[in-house]
Design a protein around this ligand. Structure first.
Ligand code: SF4
Ligand code: SF4
Length: 112
């Protein structure tokens, strides 16, 4: 079991979660963060830190967010580690309100 970043994070990247995590779990893509399930110690500290409630315990994941389990694992292997908080994306507050953002996720770090 591990914690999972879900759709609400796409195009926000507030990174409050990174500052809270006691170990090095988070990996950064162009417009999304993921948790490495092999590094996560299941402490749950990051959950209340996320302003858009994007992080779930895997066992509590809403059914429509189930694909994010595999997505976090796959992208954590591809993307670089992030260990300190950064400024959010410039239009993060706009995107925080939006639903159905899965199609906007940029996986290739060379596209940015
Ligand atoms: S705090 Fe939430 S929105 Fe921000 S990077 Fe972490 S998971 Fe994504
Ligand atoms: S649950 Fe704990 S260890 Fe896992 S990503 Fe969140 S803060 Fe880090």
């Amino acid at each position: 079991m591990a914690f999972v970043v879900t759709e609400a994070c796409i195009r926000c990247k507030y990174t409050d979660c990174v500052a809270a995590c006691p170990v090095e779990c988070f990996h950064e893509g162009p417009d999304f963060l993921v948790i490495d399930p092999a590094a996560c110690i299941d402490c749950g500290v990051c959950v209340p830190e996320c302003p858009v409630e994007a992080i779930y315990d895997e066992k509590d994941l809403p059914p429509e967010q189930h694909e994010y389990i595999a997505l976090n694992k796959r992208l954590a292997a591809q993307w670089p580690l992030i260990t300190t908080a950064q400024d959010p994306l410039p239009d993060a507050d706009h995107w925080a309100e939006q639903k159905n953002k899965r199609g906007l996720l940029t996986e290739n770090t060379e596209q940015v």
